[in-house]
Each structure stands twice: as structure tokens, then as C-alpha cells.
Ligand binder design. Structure first.
Ligand SMILES: Nc1ncnc2c1ncn2[C@@H]1O[C@H](COP(=O)(O)OP(=O)(O)OP(=O)(O)O)[C@@H](O)[C@H]1O
Ligand SMILES: [Mg+2]
Length: 379
């Protein structure tokens, strides 16, 4: 079985057989709490697609009728900042839906690779997502699970995935949000206080709160309401004061910081009235509109992880080198030392890769700027 419940890696051959008439599955793209996403070639339309296959347990609990109701609702969404739904079906007792394959990667991947983002990118992102939300909320559809795993970034544009479906499926499977799995913790990290409190009548302002959590993390490299357990995170959403964006990253302009902090307000009434109001502000307030191309690019502050990577890399290289030299002297334990040298060398390479990504990003940003202007000393 391929599902996280059984912790087995292989995809069942009969599922692949059931899909085979229409799709040639190439590989697994990823998996969340209750589904596996496959990269496939749609034979009839000759295009690459991503197929999200729900776990059999979830498929059974959700049932084809409720699933197709959700799918029909989501399929109404046609917007440049929303990942569209192509199709849905059932294969080998598993419900699935088909969407375009997005090769830009999710925000989660980019957060891992490069720490925090430039203010300009985050401003674009908030504007894109506000546009998607204003459109969907206008059709009465609330997302309910905005988080880095559900936002793709492709060609400088944000695309929101899993509209409406993610929370229905998680609630169906878990009977509530607190199952304690890594995925659920991920979801709790962006959950609005009213959603955390189990309110039934949440509206679009809950999505605005999650968007605020996302923007805070991208700007500062840290979650606004962290915690070691889902319970601690929920408590922080419900009771901890809204953290200051500029205390975490003084480079963020005051107007942007104020918008993000307003999104994070505890009650929906304190947040922007709706996504359309947020979008209007993002488009018209000169303190919020993204920098134009001729403006001096901002250098992003590296995340704490990247900032500490350089000495760590040196340290790891030194350890690998020492072990290698000792191994070269031969004798008992030489092989063990070589293996340890390889472990340290691999770790050093992984850390260095994160630095290279940051370096490229900084160079790209400075590319159009004045070479003679040194980067800001706090960058
Ligand atoms: N359309 C797509 N194109 C490319 N990759 C995708 C696509 N949809 C999903 N993925 C990849 O598959 C992974 C798993 O997606 P999935 O929606 O199942 O889980 P999740 O969003 O991480 O968590 P959750 O279980 O809460 O939905 C994503 O994190 C992403 O890397
Ligand atoms: Mg998802």
C-alpha cells in the first residue's frame, strides 16, 4: 500500500492499472496527510498532470457523493491564481482528482531552500493570493487550509491549490484537526483562532488570517505563533499577542508590517473586511504596491538557518578532512573513519547548497542595481 497510514512506499499495481487506461504514471510527486500526488501523462489530452489520489480509508469515509459535491464546487473556480481542477474519478476504490502539474514548487520548498523572501516578492504574493481569495470568497468558497504546501510559486506568480477540499478531507479522516501528525501540525500552524476554536460559521477572514501567518513566515523566517505541539500552537493562535513583524525583520516597511499584523488579528472584525478590501489596499496604497523594476532591489535577510550555515559548513568540512586524513593512515577502523568522513562531507554539501541558493538570489536581485553600491550591512 502506498499510503502514509501503512507507511509503505510502493504504489499498488492495481491502482496504477486502474489509472493506466487514461494516464501513464511517471512518479510520485509528494504526499500529505491523506493523499499521494502522482506525476502522470494524460494520454488522451497529451499533457502532464498531477493526480491526487486520496487514501482508501479517506475515500471510504468521504464517499463518492460528498467527494463529487466538493469537486463540483471547486471545479467552478477558474482564476489565474488558482490551480484548476481538470477531472476527478475513482480507481481501485480510491477517489482522485486531476490538476495541472506545477513544476515551480511549493512555498514550503522555497522556504527550505532560501529562508525568507524579499519584501517585493512577499508583496506580490499577498496581492496574488488576495486576488484569488477575493474571487473565491465572492463565489462563497472559503479555502480553510492556506499553508506553504498549498501555494505554488511559478514564474513569479502565486497559485493556490487544494481549494475547499483539503479541510473537508482532513476533518473527515481525523474527526477533527488534532491528530498529531506532522501534516496536521503544519496545518495548525496557519489556522485562524476561530477555526482552532471549532467555530462552524467561519468566513473568508479566516483565510486572511492564514495568509497573514504565511506572509509573516516569508518575511521573517519564523512562524508568528509557534509551539512544539499542535496544542501549544492552537493556544498561541487563541491567546498570544500578535508579534511585531519589524521586531523580527526591521527591513520590512512599516505599511507592509501593519497589513500583515492586521491579518493576524485575533478576531475577524479586526482584520480587513474581506479579501477584496485587502486587494484594493495592496493595489492602491503607495506604501504597499510592489517596487517597480527600476527601483533598487532589496536584499533579503537570510533566515537564521542560513546565517549560521557558513561557520557550520567550515566546521563540517574540517571534521570530514580530519577523518579522511586519519583513514588514509590505514589500520583498524579506517573504513569507519571514511564512512564518518562521508557523512560530514554530505552534511557540509547540503548546508553549502542552501548558501548557494541564497547567493544566487542575492546576485539576481542585485543584477539590475548599481554594482558600486555595497549591500546593506544587515543583509
Ligand atoms: N499540481 C501539483 N503539481 C506539482 N506538485 C504537486 C501538485 N499538487 C501537489 N503537489 C506536491 O505533492 C505534495 C503533497 O500534496 P498534498 O496536497 O497531498 O499534501 P499537502 O498539501 O502537503 O498536505 P495536506 O495533506 O494537508 O493536503 C505537495 O506538497 C506538493 O509538493
Ligand atoms: Mg495540498
Amino acid at each position: 500500500m502506498y499510503l502514509p497510514f501503512a507507511m509503505s512506499a510502493a504504489l499498488p499495481a492495481d491502482l496504477l492499472d486502474a489509472l493506466a487506461g487514461r494516464f501513464a504514471v511517471e512518479r510520485e510527486l509528494g504526499r500529505g496527510g491523506m493523499a499521494t500526488v502522482l506525476l502522470a501523462h494524460d494520454r488522451s489530452l497529451d499533457r502532464r498532470v498531477a493526480i491526487k489520489v486520496l487514501a482508501p480509508e479517506l475515500s471510504a469515509a468521504l464517499g463518492p457523493d460528498r467527494f463529487s459535491r466538493e469537486i463540483r464546487l471547486t471545479a467552478r473556480l477558474v482564476h489565474p491564481n488558482i490551480v484548476p481542477l481538470f477531472d476527478s474519478g475513482e480507481a481501485n476504490s480510491c477517489l482522485y482528482y486531476v490538476m495541472p502539474f506545477i513544476d515551480g514548487g511549493t512555498l514550503r520548498g522555497r522556504l527550505h531552500a532560501s529562508g525568507c523572501w524579499s519584501v517585493d516578492e512577499v508583496t506580490h504574493l499577498i496581492t496574488d493570493l488576495a486576488e484569488a481569495l477575493a474571487y473565491a470568497h465572492g463565489l462563497g468558497i472559503v479555502h480553510r487550509d492556506i499553508k506553504p504546501e498549498n501555494v505554488f510559486w511559478q514564474g513569479g506568480r502565486a497559485l493556490l491549490a487544494d481549494f475547499g477540499i483539503a479541510t473537508t478531507t482532513s476533518a473527515t479522516m481525523a474527526g477533527g484537526p488534532l491528530t498529531g501528525t506532522g501534516t496536521i501540525i503544519g496545518t495548525v500552524a496557519y489556522m485562524s483562532p476561530e477555526q482552532a476554536a471549532g467555530a462552524k460559521d467561519i468566513d473568508g477572514r479566516s483565510d486572511l488570517y492564514s495568509l497573514g501567518c504565511l506572509a509573516f513566515e516569508l518575511l521573517t523566517g519564523q512562524l508568528p505563533f509557534g509551539g512544539d505541539t499542535p496544542m501549544a500552537m492552537l493556544a498561541a493562535h487563541l491567546t498570544a499577542p500578535v508579534p511585531s513583524v519589524r521586531a523580527a525583520n526591521p527591513d520590512v516597511p512599516p505599511r507592509i508590517a501593519a497589513v500583515v499584523e492586521q491579518l493576524l488579528a485575533k478576531t475577524p472584525e479586526e482584520r480587513p473586511a474581506n479579501a477584496a478590501a485587502l486587494l484594493e489596499a495592496m493595489r492602491t496604497d503607495p506604501g504597499l504596491t510592489p517596487l517597480d523594476q527600476s527601483a533598487k532591489p532589496r536584499v533579503p535577510r537570510p533566515s537564521a538557518a542560513v546565517a549560521t550555515a557558513a561557520p557550520e559548513v567550515r566546521d563540517l568540512v574540517e571534521k570530514a578532512r580530519t577523518l579522511y586524513l586519519r583513514a588514509m593512515q590505514g589500520g583498524e577502523g579506517a573504513r569507519g573513519k571514511l564512512e564518518m568522513a562521508r557523512v560530514y562531507a554530505d552534511k557540509a554539501l547540503a548546508k553549502a547548497a542552501a548558501l548557494l541558493v541564497l547567493q544566487k538570489k542575492v546576485r539576481d536581485l542585485l543584477g539590475g542595481g548599481d554594482e558600486s553600491t555595497p549591500p546593506r550591512s544587515d543583509a
